[in-house]
Design a protein around this ligand. Structure first.
Ligand code: NAD
Ligand code: MG
Length: 387
């Protein structure tokens, strides 16, 4: 029987967070939950804290702290808010599920790495924005980053037992999102509801819009570069609408290893939670005979300019990936709030990349400064767009 390990879940009320909680409930003997965090969903947070026996629950919205306290009264769980409490949550366990969305997850991830923890990383934006600052901290502090993003988790699995110098290239697969077959003109008219209706995966709103623009695959290209230390020209993107092959590694001898499975995030989440063991999940078994056909296409960076923007930000390096990520976060939020159109998202990111001329970040504080500047720049650009 597996030995129980301590687990903290950052972003416990989101799509990845609740899938993580479902897996913990299926394998209670494996995990001792120490802390849970959320932005605003105070009741879901309190319920999960009581259910799991967590000792600390952190709510980002401080106006909700009294409500959290009230809900946790009589339990052994302490209610808290603020950056210090988030870092305390992030360092409270051996294994930390990083499932906050966006750059908001950066500081707690860095705290967990500085404490030498094992971080199951779903929060790709933190790695995209901080890049080598994060991977260097992990190396220096003896911390481990386990990829939860399905593509990177697939590659991680395909690398086992091989030498890194024998890797020829990585192939990141992409479903192509809900607008794979739409023209540029059609895409301009798309609403938030249409953009979040992903054909294969059920996910949070931000990553669903990122899948529709394909910025998600652009962020994943940058994520793969940092996780697996390969130059951008050795990371390909391949459209695979069925989302059965989650990514591939090609070796120097021409062998290609792939990881397959149903498109269900519980599989990569379970892989990271149980690593280096495996644990059962309720995910549907892959039935290739009924799927029958797997298809592949080249990505189209004319209809999906975010792919081109992310690749050039990675090639440029310095502050560019931080600007790309921050500008995208603001533009996606504005699209979801119906303040800008779908086509404006990539256009704003492109303009922000041209407008912010910051030096390369050397610390998390530098990253957060660039992040703020890029957000302000996009807000200004949106004002001029509306005028
Ligand atoms: P989500 O929006 O469903 O959940 C986000 C979680 O983060 C929630 O618990 C929310 O309360 C919390 N949160 C949001 N803003 C916060 C802030 N400012 N401070 C503190 N907490 C905050 O998102 P999700 O779909 O679960 O995605 C989480 C992360 O995992 C993202 O980085 C996403 O790219 C990545 N990811 C998700 C999936 C998926 O299937 N959902 C797949 C791969 C990667
Ligand atoms: Mg992914």
């Amino acid at each position: 029987m597996a030995v129980s390990r301590t687990l903290a879940i950052l972003g416990a009320t989101g799509s990845v967070g609740t899938s993580t909680l479902d897996l913990v409930a299926l394998h209670p003997e494996r995990f001792d939950v120490t802390a849970l965090t959320a932005a605003t969903q105070v009741d879901a947070l309190a319920d999960a804290a009581i259910r799991t026996g967590a000792k600390l629950a952190v709510i980002d919205d401080e106006t909700l702290l009294p409500r959290l306290r009230e809900r946790l009264a009589g339990s052994n769980c302490r209610a808290a808010t603020g950056r210090a409490a988030l870092s305390e949550a992030a360092t409270s366990a051996d294994l930390v599920m990083a499932a906050i969305v966006g750059c908001a997850g950066l500081e707690p991830v860095m705290a967990a790495l500085a404490a030498g923890r094992t971080v199951a990383l779903a929060n790709k934006e933190s790695l995209v924005t901080a890049g080598a600052i994060m991977t260097d901290a992990a190396t220096r502090c003896g911390a481990t980053i386990l990829p939860v993003d399905s593509e990177h988790n697939a590659i991680f699995q395909c690398l086992v037992g091989n030498r890194s110098q024998d890797v020829a290239k990585l192939v990141l697969t992409a479903s192509g999102g809900p607008f794979r077959q739409k023209s540029l003109a059609e895409m301009r008219a798309m609403t938030p509801e249409q953009a979040v209706a992903h054909p294969n995966w059920s996910m949070g709103a931000k990553i669903s819009v990122d899948s529709a623009t394909m910025m998600n695959k652009g962020l994943e290209l940058i994520e793969a570069h940092h996780l697996f230390a390969l130059p951008p020209e050795r990371i390909d993107i391949l459209i695979h609408p069925q989302s059965v092959i989650h990514s591939m590694v090609e070796y120097v001898d021409g062998s290609v290893l792939a990881q397959l499975g149903s498109p269900d995030m519980r599989i990569p989440i379970a892989h990271a939670l149980a690593w280096p063991e495996r644990m059962a999940t309720p995910a549907a078994r892959l039935d290739l005979a009924s799927i029958a056909t797997l298809t592949f296409e080249q990505p189209d960076s004319e209809r999906f300019p975010a792919l081109r923007l992310a690749r050039s930000a990675l090639e440029e390096g310095g502050a560019a990936p931080t600007v790309l990520n921050a500008a995208n976060e603001i533009a996606v939020a504005a699209f979801l709030a119906r303040r800008i159109g779908f086509g404006d998202i990539a256009a704003l990111v492109e303009r922000a990349l041209g407008a912010v001329g910051a030096p390369p970040p050397r610390s998390v504080a530098d990253v957060l400064d660039i992040d703020r500047e890029a957000r302000d720049t996009v807000r200004q650009l949106m004002i001029s767009l509306a005028a």
